[in-house]
Design a protein around this ligand. Structure first.
Ligand code: ADE
Length: 250
């Protein structure tokens, strides 16, 4: 069988998935806890990366070296950048780039030195599975979430998007910074702090990678408040539902 790795940055994003893995065994490596077990009949290894590109890259490296997964999925939350990418929507990454990478004038803005490119593409087959799982999840989640939670977050009829996710070592928490990112990277649907780092490591190891991100905030002046609420009350249900469905489809 295939070993499938599930990475999230923080516990709230992985909590429901770990609950669904009854037989998991813990192993600590590189300062990270890896949970090996089964989910929906698949051999799974789940791990928390922590926040930021370095934490994500070291986690992905230890994962690939020690656990040799055949596929890697990142699941978590992100800030919405593009117009129409709202809180409660889901973004499936088709490509990943580091918005804070700049080795100019030696290399073009955003290019990863040594790779001759700024973007790492998702594995298309895996991304399609995540997209199908996300479409299934948005039909169920409004029914599963508490009414008060839904109203408080202003969630109605969430939609699923597929496109570019940008990553950087910044929590984008002002309307001005959000607008600047949107202007310089008009393709970007969402911003996070890990996906592109994991994508680069998976590229190095030749392991198929895809990421699915639920929008917790609009990366604006209210981002820190929206992010906390979403992470504490909603994120685990999205991740759990999407990953479970995706594993059924794999
Ligand atoms: N993850 C969730 N929201 C984010 C934001 N506003 N900026 C960066 N990463 C995020």
């Amino acid at each position: 069988g295939q070993r499938i790795a599930i990475i999230s940055a923080v516990h709230e994003e992985l909590a429901e998935i770990l609950q669904l893995m009854p037989d998991e065994q813990k192993r600590v490596a590189g300062g990270r806890t890896f949970w090996s077990g089964h989910l929906q009949g698949h051999e799974v290894v789940a791990v928390l990366s922590g926040i930021g590109k370095v934490a994500a890259a070291t986690t992905a490296t230890v994962l690939c070296e020690r656990f040799e997964p055949q596929q890697v999925i990142f699941t978590g939350v992100a800030g919405g950048l593009a117009l129409g990418v709202e809180v409660g929507d889901i973004v499936v990454g088709s490509a990943f780039m580091q918005h804070d990478l700049d080795a100019s004038p030696l290399f073009p803005r955003w290019e990863v030195p040594g790779y001759g490119a700024s973007r790492f593409k998702a594995d298309m087959a895996l991304a399609q599975v995540l997209h199908a799982a996300a479409r299934d999840a948005v039909t169920w989640l409004p029914k599963l979430l508490d009414e008060a939670v839904l109203r408080g977050l202003g969630l109605h009829a969430p939609s699923v998007h597929q496109g570019e996710i940008v990553t950087g070592d910044r929590f984008v928490a002002t309307a001005a910074e959000c607008a600047a990112l949107r202007a310089s990277l008009p393709e970007a649907l969402a911003v996070d702090m890990e996906s592109a780092a994991v994508a680069q490591v998976c590229h190095d190891y030749g392991v198929p990678f895809a990421a699915v991100r639920t929008i917790s905030d609009r990366a604006d002046d209210e981002a820190h408040v929206d992010f906390q609420h979403f992470l504490q009350q909603v994120a685990r249900h999205y991740s759990g539902r999407i990953v479970r469905k995706a594993l059924n489809l794999l």
